[in-house]
Design a protein around this ligand. Structure first.
Ligand SMILES: NC(=O)c1ccc[n+]([C@@H]2O[C@H](COP(=O)([O-])OP(=O)(O)OC[C@H]3O[C@@H](n4cnc5c(N)ncnc54)[C@H](OP(=O)(O)O)[C@@H]3O)[C@@H](O)[C@H]2O)c1
Length: 327
């Protein structure tokens, strides 16, 4: 697979998101053996960036990734996140990037992942109660101690990113970026000015852009714990209206003899060698399909058509979750 650069960190240009193997989507946790085979297949096909977080489960997703990487740790760039589990007694649903919480979080993640270092350690959400300088200070200490190698932020906006980067280089921002979630395009000039890479999460629109969900009944069939059931883009009239976006992706896929998932990924790859999508799947067949997007080349006209797609109906998170996202 071709490579990409996140700051000074080289990775294969398509990564793998492990969240859905344990958390958030239907079937999570039901077939760990297939999830582990999926991680192994991804590595065999050249994926290096594997993405998890302390809060996925919580904890069980890191444990799963740790089991999958036993004996293969050195083949990957291992990324995890802290800050959505409080180790200092803040209530659930409150971000905690206080130095005391981070020091506890990192040791737990290292243990669960079965490693002595994390390659890329992200703050999961900006903590309004802890100055970013304090958070970066403790992260810089962890770099010096060798527990982490690179620092990332997630869903932070320009002001916080600049302040953080002034304390210690930020390697990557991980934020939602896909055909139907474009806010990051406004931020890209800042990231490029500072030499920070962009890791695009939910690059398949949580599966919607693949055409896998076509009717309200498809959404109804999802597990009750599947958070798409309450997601503004997957419910009510928004869901019906958004189908036209999936249709447009499907049309271009048809022109290329590719799949819609591959078109969604190829479009992101066309945006620059500093952007790395991390599609999530817990199935070997889909990881193979997604990685094959590396060889799908969109024509300039197709890129232009996709660039001009109308915005999605509905926010990319629930209102409560949007409160934790900086804009
Ligand atoms: N920083 C953050 O706040 C944040 C937030 C969300 C996600 N993330 C990270 O980003 C990763 C990816 O995002 P995501 O999982 O939310 O969304 P995504 O990659 O856009 O979509 C994942 C969904 O699409 C399905 N899928 C995957 N490949 C497919 C294909 N080729 N055809 C049809 N369906 C396919 C998956 O189902 P199956 O698993 O059943 O294949 C899953 O339901 C996560 O795993 C996580 O590591 C980070």
């Amino acid at each position: 697979m071709r490579t990409a650069k996140l700051g000074d960190l080289g990775v294969a240009r398509i990564g793998l998101g492990a969240m859905g193997m344990s958390h958030g989507y239907s079937g999570a946790g039901s077939d760990d053996a297939e999830s582990i085979r999926t991680i192994h297949r991804a590595i065999d096909l050249g994926v290096t960036l594997i993405d998890t977080a302390e809060v996925y489960g919580p904890y069980v997703n890191e444990e799963l990734v740790g089991r999958a990487l036993a004996g293969r740790r050195d083949e990957v760039v291992l990324a995890t996140k802290f800050g959505l589990v409080s180790h200092t007694g803040r209530g659930p649903g409150r971000a905690d990037s206080s130095p005391d919480s981070i020091r506890i979080a990192v040791d737990g993640s290292l243990k669960r992942l079965g490693t002595d270092h994390i390659d890329l350690y992200y703050q999961h959400r900006v903590d309004p109660d802890t100055p970013i300088e304090d958070t970066m200070g403790v992260l810089a200490d962890l770099v010096r101690q060798g527990k982490i190698r690179h620092i990332g932020l997630s869903e932070a906006w320009a002001g916080t990113i600049r302040r953080a980067h002034a304390v210690h280089p930020v390697t990557a921002l991980q934020s939602e970026y896909s055909l139907w979630t474009r806010d990051q395009e406004e931020l890209l000039p800042v990231l490029r000015e500072l030499g920070i890479g962009l890791v695009a999460y939910s690059p398949l629109g949580r599966g919607f852009l693949t055409g896998a969900l076509r009717t309200p009944a498809d959404v109804e069939k999802l597990d009750d714990s599947d958070f798409r059931k309450g997601h503004p883009r997957f419910t009510g009239e928004n869901f019906q209206r958004n189908l036209r976006l999936a249709d447009q992706v499907q049309e271009i896929a048809g022109q290329l003899g590719a799949t819609p998932a591959q078109v969604a990924l190829a479009w992101l790859l066309s945006k620059g060698g500093d952007i790395v999508p991390i599609p999530g799947t817990k199935r070997v067949s889909r990881v193979e399909e997604n990685i094959a997007a590396d060889t799908v080349e969109l024509t300039p006209a197709q890129i232009e058509t996709l660039d001009a797609m109308e915005p999605a109906e509905g926010g990319h998170h629930t209102d409560a979750q949007m409160q934790m996202i900086e804009r």
